[in-house]
Each structure stands twice: as C-alpha cells, then as structure tokens.
Write a new protein. Structure first.
Length: 404
C-alpha cells in the first residue's frame, strides 16, 4: 500500500490566512477614539458611556451579596442557555407593563444586547443577504451585520426616521431578511420615531414579509414628552418583530445583561446560536439583576438618572450655538444620550478630529454611522458623562478648536 505524504519545507511556512470577514470589517471607531483620548484632561464627548457616579453601586453590591450568601451553588454554577427563570419572569413582567404582553418563555437573556445582534445575524443571515438599516445607524449594528457577510443597505429618511415608501421599495427590490432600527432616542441622532411612522413600518413588515429588529437600549431615559409605543405592539408587526433590551444604560453596563423578545422559532434558533457562542450568560449576574429588581425600585432609580441627564442635555444645547460655526444644525432629543450635529457644507469632521483633540476635547465623526455614502460634516456628541460645568468647558474648547 502506498501512502501519500506531504513533506513540509525546512523553513517556516506562512500560517493559513484569517477569514475574509475578519479582515473586511473594521474595528469600532468609537473604541479607537476612546483609546486615543484617554488622557484625564480630555473632555470626551465621544463615548456612549453612562455616568458612573449615578450607578446604584450599593444596591447592586447588596444584590450580589444576598445571592452569594443564600444560593452560592446556584449562582456559581452553569445555567440554562435561555436564561435564569427568575430574571426572565421579571423581564417579561416589565415588558408587559409597558404594553407588549410577554411571557417568560418569550425572552432569551443575552450577554449584553450587542450579543443579541450577533445571535440574530447568525440565525437569520447567509453571506450576501440584504439587511436594511437607518441612515445614519448605530455603528455596532453595522459591524455585526457586516461581519455576517450581509449586504447592508441604508433606507433614506428624514428627521422622523426611515421613509416608509423608500423602505417598501427596497423591500420589494432587495428582498432583505430584516430591517434594523433604534426608534427611540436613536444612536447616533437622538431622534424618536413618531407613532404614525412606526405604524407604517409595521404595516410594511406585515404586507411584505420582513423581520423588524427593534433595539431599545435608551427608551427608559426620557426627560420630556410622552412615551411612544414599541413597533412590536402595532398591528402587522407583532409576529415578526424582535425587541431588544438592555440593563447597560439603566443599571450598569459592566453587568453585560441584555435580552431579546422574539417569536418562538427565531428565539429557539438564537438559543442554539448562543449555545455555540458562550453556553449562557453568567449565572451570578443574572441572579443579582433579578434580586435587584425584586428588592429595589429600578423605575425610581431610572427617573433619578434621567433627571440628571436632562440637565446635562440642557447644558449642551445651551452652549452649542456659541461653539459651532454659523449655519450648523443639531437635534434636540427628548431623552437618551446623544446630540447629532451637522456643520456647514465643506467641513469634514473626520479630518478635523486630530486637530480638535489637541484642544483636549473629542467627539465622534459621523461618517462611520453610515451604511452608504456618509455625510462627512456630521458628528455625535454624548452629553451624559460630564457635569454641566464640564460640558460648558468642553464646548468652549470645541468652539476654539473649530475657529482655529
């Protein structure tokens, strides 16, 4: 019998290459900017970080202590992929109270809502599939869909969000698997989609056969105005909307706790994808969050945080006119964390950023938030991490930098 053998060269050979997806999708521009601007003297409007001084550290620590004292074996053990039953029940109750009737079995706990996007991409998308997104769009969603090999297509829109006619035209022409949206206090613009626009998008999903992924990390951080119902509650979208939620902005991002609410077949597919990714979200974090919800008033805590954030938003809005060049425009969000700015035609905020950072202030250029041709005169400012006095000083520096 002759055995075929391959003899390796005496010299070291090149290693096999990385997968194409690992080289075709870049890293997070926000993370890169945060690394460059980590100096304490920099007033950083670039991050999407909640204010750490407002975390209920005492309440969270007490929840961990109680869980570890009363049920250490359970808290430190493996858990089910779908999530701890006590937490799923609590999340279902909170979701139902806000208008989307939900059972615990409708919920899959994820390691942050960012993982939910990755699970959905794994469960739904083949390379080359079309995905529709807002313009501009949350950039980590663009990363998740791009990493899955999707063709990411921006839906034209206005100050109220994606245009329904444009969306329907794209659905008919491109046959996308899903449409992704952050309809309330959107990242990066801060805008909120009106109820009529949500109803129109729900109707398109029902008529045309389309998954809507409704991401709601900021919805509880409302400073003014009335709450707008989730798209998931509108006729036409109830059996084809995935609703994503997170504790990152209302409790603490370090917990890495998010969840998705989805119809059964898609939820099961996401659970299988999660088994392959991490088996389950850390048990102790889930039990501590459930204990916190049982022992503390999260809604009261969120109201306190929102009141402070509202003051910080007002401080930023008050200083923008003096800081920005004449002819600039900006949003006025009713909640959330971000103001979106458009400088006059001819400005390139990506090219300007290195010069602006020399004045010890930073922002995020708008270009990375676009799936299509970017508006290079745009930028995002986060107003929640600094005090009003720090915001005023940061805007003074920004104005000086832009004038220079």
């Amino acid at each position: 019998m002759i055995v075929n053998q391959t003899v390796c060269a005496d010299t070291a050979a090149a290693l096999p290459p990385l997968a194409a997806r690992a080289t075709s999708v870049g890293g997070s521009p926000v993370r890169d900017i945060l690394a460059v601007t980590a100096r304490p003297e920099v007033i950083n409007f670039a991050g999407g970080l909640p204010a750490p001084e407002l975390f209920d550290a005492e309440g969270i620590a007490a929840a961990y202590r109680d869980v570890l004292a009363e049920a250490p074996a359970r808290a430190l053990q493996y858990s089910t992929t779908e999530g701890e039953p006590t937490l799923r029940a609590a999340l279902a109750a909170r979701t139902s109270a806000r208008g989307a009737v939900t059972d615990a079995d409708d919920v899959l706990v994820t390691t942050g809502s960012q993982q939910a996007l990755s699970l959905l991409a794994t469960a739904l998308l083949e390379p080359g599939d079309a995905v529709l997104v807002e313009s501009p769009c949350y950039l980590a969603a663009l990363q998740a869909f791009g990493f899955a090999g999707a063709r990411v297509i921006a839906v034209p829109g206005d100050e109220d969000g994606p245009d329904p006619e444009a969306l329907e035209d794209l659905v008919v022409r491109e046959r996308p698997k899903l449409f992704y949206t952050v309809p309330t206090f959107q990242n990066p613009t801060g805008r909120t989609m009106p109820a009529a626009r949500r109803a129109a998008l729900a109707g398109i999903a029902g008529r045309c056969g389309l998954w809507i992924v409704e991401d709601d990390p900021y919805g509880e951080l409302r400073f003014e105005g009335e709450r707008v119902p989730w798209i998931a509650t509108f006729e036409g979208a109830r059996d084809r909307t995935v609703l994503l939620g997170s504790f990152s902005k209302v409790m603490a991002p370090g917990l890495r706790l998010g969840w998705l609410r989805a119809p059964a077949a898609l939820r099961r597919a996401c659970a299988v994808a999660k088994q392959a990714a991490d088996l389950h979200t850390p048990t102790v974090n889930q039990l501590a969050a459930a204990r916190y919800l049982a022992d503390r008033d999260l809604d009261a805590h969120v109201a306190r945080v929102a009141a402070v954030y509202g003051e910080r938003r007002d401080a930023m809005l008050a200083g923008l006119e003096d800081a920005l060049p004449e002819g600039s425009a900006w949003t006025r969000p009713e909640g959330g964390m971000f103001v979106w700015v458009r400088l006059p035609q001819g400005h390139d905020t990506t090219a300007l950023l290195p010069e602006v950072v020399q004045y010890d202030v930073a922002y995020v250029p708008g270009a990375p938030f676009y799936a299509g041709e970017p508006d290079r005169a745009t930028l995002r400012l986060c107003f929640v991490t600094q005090t009003p006095d720090e915001i005023a000083e940061g805007l003074r520096r920004l104005g000086k930098a832009l004038r220079a």
